[in-house]
Write a protein that binds this ligand. Structure first.
Ligand SMILES: Cc1ncc(COP(=O)(O)O)c(C=O)c1O
Length: 654
């Protein structure tokens, strides 16, 4: 076999497909990040190594703000190009739905990403509204208010116009119109109203049920007509400024987008005739991210580019309006996933590996042992390519029979352990023989599942990539170093939680889903880091505190003016005290509880005064510490030491 190279690793992990120019492998065999796509690059492994040296423990969530800027540029450039190509008369505004990643530092990066262009913000709840009111200071900046609303929400939204913002309150349910009118009367503020239609055409992909007859949000056409009638009765029909729809997130097929656009554009032209103040067509979210790099309409992919998306949106609106002789609206898209997904990488460290053991040439057994055990060993020693299928089914029945004998007390624990190991070896050898078979029997598929190593990693699926557990979303995953060497182990990844679902056992693949990932052998004396990429959208706010694992340490990394990587801020993850606070334990209660127990133990002679002081000290230290394991990273001798990572500003906000 020819020698393994970096480009073999690039092909194996499909980094060119999903990396979108932001992620590559450098000539040291480490993942390199180019926040400006194809500009200067940052060695991800160096960043992790530097953080560890500073005492910032993995898991790390590493953010590249430059990627958000670049993604905004790609989206704006695509719309600008389409607008000029079709001589479109309206303009385009990118609006960020803050629910996609509500973290303050991310919203700040988004606000600054548009390079002089205006960026709108969209909220879907009162807490989101309150956070945005405190940071949105773009003069006349769009503030789109979606989601279910009460009087307080609407009143605050209307009052935002006094802050110099442009709030548009979108009616999702007909009852909200009455509340908007009451709040408007009470505040004396003329509302700018949006109407959310519920398109009959559904998107494509996992979230396609966001549109269509049974969708949770949006008005049916007869409700839109009713809303306009009610406004007209008060002479307020010109308050309708915006028509909105949302076809679902991660739309995988361009044809589905075109179809929804045609329907929405027709509704716009009709509504514009009834509401002369109508000015915006807000096409919602849906612009996808190619998580597996396959450029197909598979759930984790998309079969179109951002440019094609922008062209189709602009073209469909322009042609419907031209036909109906209606002025072109200003276009808004609420593209959240496409803006922020790429910017964040979760890096976790392997702590241990349960490996499938290498099978021996032959196994010896005393013929006086249990006959089923002897039979199993004979199966092992007689295995050949000709009998491997038959041996496989015999081994499965032996497994069953030996289990029964154990449960009935007829064989010992040692015999059962011997059988278990022999079966493992046997399955491994059958799996190896499989490669030489012309026709692989269907039942051999089960072998892959039995013969994977488990890499135990310091992170929580439920906190950091909840969608993998909840909806089986695939994320690109790969080691961030050692990529000049061949990864020879087939593995699944297990997290820290005491939950059998806390694992990653589905990985991207050109042909769908792969049930294992190729990893390098774990050498216990050197750290091995694995990156989960494209986790910047949705995962952080959806993440939960299962087993009380909290937010991970997060860092922002930029290239400075001289192209040198700089860690611009470090935001410490949750402390144990903080997560216990969410579970209603205050720090004072915990300390007085533990004090009481220690005191009782000292008085009862179970603990010396000296140990009690040490215990208390450890308890307090842990309370103020990280919720993840403080894993002692083995000293690294193989990691390259590149140019040092410069630290410009370290802000501990944890
Ligand atoms: C109303 C609305 N707008 C925008 C979005 C963001 O969608 P995406 O992340 O696909 O851009 C969503 C998410 O589902 C949504 O519900």
């Amino acid at each position: 076999m020819s020698q393994w190279t970096i480009s073999n690793s690039a092909d194996l992990y499909r980094i060119e497909g999903w990396g979108a120019g932001f992620f590559k492998i450098n000539d040291k065999g480490n993942v390199a990040v180019s926040p400006d796509a194809n500009g200067g690059s940052i060695d991800l492994c160096n960043i992790v190594e530097d953080l560890v040296r500073r005492g910032v423990k993995p898991p790390h969530l590493i953010r590249f703000d430059g990627i958000i800027r670049q993604r905004a540029k790609i989206i704006y450039d695509s719309f600008d190009k389409a607008i000029s190509e079709f001589s479109y008369q309206g303009n385009y505004t990118l609006t960020y739905p803050v629910k996609v990643n509500t973290q303050h530092s991310v919203v700040e990066s988004v606000r600054q990403c548009a390079n002089g262009r205006k960026i709108g913000l969209e909220v879907g709840s009162k807490p989101e509204l309150l956070s945005v009111l405190a940071v949105h200071n773009t003069p006349n900046g769009l503030l789109l208010c979606n989601g279910y609303k009460d009087y307080q929400f609407i009143e605050l939204a209307l009052m935002a116009s006094h802050l110099g913002l442009r709030p548009i309150v979108t009616v999702e349910q007909l009852y909200e119109l009455d509340t908007i009118l009451r709040a408007s009367e009470a505040t004396g503020i003329t509302p700018e109203i949006g109407l959310r239609m519920n398109p009959s055409s559904r998107g494509a992909g996992r979230w396609s049920s966001s549109a269509g007859e049974n969708a949770k949000f949006g008005l049916a056409l007869y409700e839109i007509i009713e809303a306009v009638k009610q406004l007209k009765a008060r002479g307020m029909e010109s308050c309708v400024k915006l028509l909105h729809f949302h076809m679902g997130s991660q739309i995988t097929s361009i044809n589905a987008i075109k179809k929804v656009m045609q329907e929405a554009a027709r509704v716009y032209t009709e509504l514009r005739k009834l509401c002369p103040g109508l000015e915006f067509l807000d096409v919602g979210g849906g612009l996808g991210v190619d998580y597996d790099g396959s450029r197909t309409n598979f759930d984790s992919s998309m079969n179109y580019t951002t440019e094609q998306y922008a062209r189709d949106v602009v073209w469909e609106i322009a042609s419907a309006c031209d036909e109906a002789n209606v002025p072109h609206p200003n276009i808004i898209s609420e593209s959240g996933r496409a803006l922020v997904a790429h910017h964040a990488v979760l890096v976790t460290e392997v702590m241990d590996v349960a490996e499938v053991p290498d099978p021996p040439e032959s196994i010896e057994i005393d013929s006086a042992r249990d006959d089923k055990l002897v039979e199993l060993v004979n199966l092992y020693n007689d295995l050949s390519i000709k009998n491997c299928h038959e041996t496989f089914s015999d081994a499965l029945s032996s497994r069953e029979e030996l289990l029964q004998r154990f449960v009935q007390g007829n064989i010992s624990l040692e015999d059962r352990a011997f059988a278990e190991l022999t079966l493992r070896h046997l399955f491994t050898r059958i799996n190896n023989l499989k490669q030489s078979l012309k026709h692989v029997p269907e039942d051999f598929e089960a072998l892959e599942g039995m013969l994977k190593d488990t890499y135990f990693c310091n992170f929580s699926v439920f906190q950091s990539i909840l969608d993998h557990w909840a909806i089986e979303q695939l994320f690109p995953i790969m080691p961030i170093h050692r990529l000049a060497a061949q990864p020879t182990r087939k593995a699944v990844i297990a997290d820290l939680t005491c939950d059998s679902d806390g694992k990653i056992d589905k990985f991207i693949d050109l042909r769908g889903i792969q049930r294992y990932i190729d990893l390098h052998p774990y050498r216990g004396d050197q750290p091995y880091y694995i990156g989960v990429f494209l986790v910047g959208a949705y995962q952080e706010c959806l993440g939960n505190l299962h087993n009380l694992f909290g937010d991970t340490n997060a860092v922002h990394v930029e290239l400075d003016e001289d192209g040198i990587p700089a860690i611009t801020s470090i935001i410490e993850g949750d402390t144990i005290k903080e997560v216990l606070g969410y579970a209603q334990y205050t720090g004072e209660e915990l300390l007085s509880g533990i004090n009481y127990s220690i005191d009782r133990a000292v008085r009862g002679g179970m603990m010396s005064a000296e140990s009690s002081a040490k215990f208390m000290q450890r308890y307090k230290e842990s309370l103020g510490g990280y919720t993840y394991l403080l894993w002692e990273s083995p000293n690294s001798s193989f990691m390259p030491s590149n140019a040092p990572v410069e630290t410009k500003r370290v802000a501990n906000q944890g």
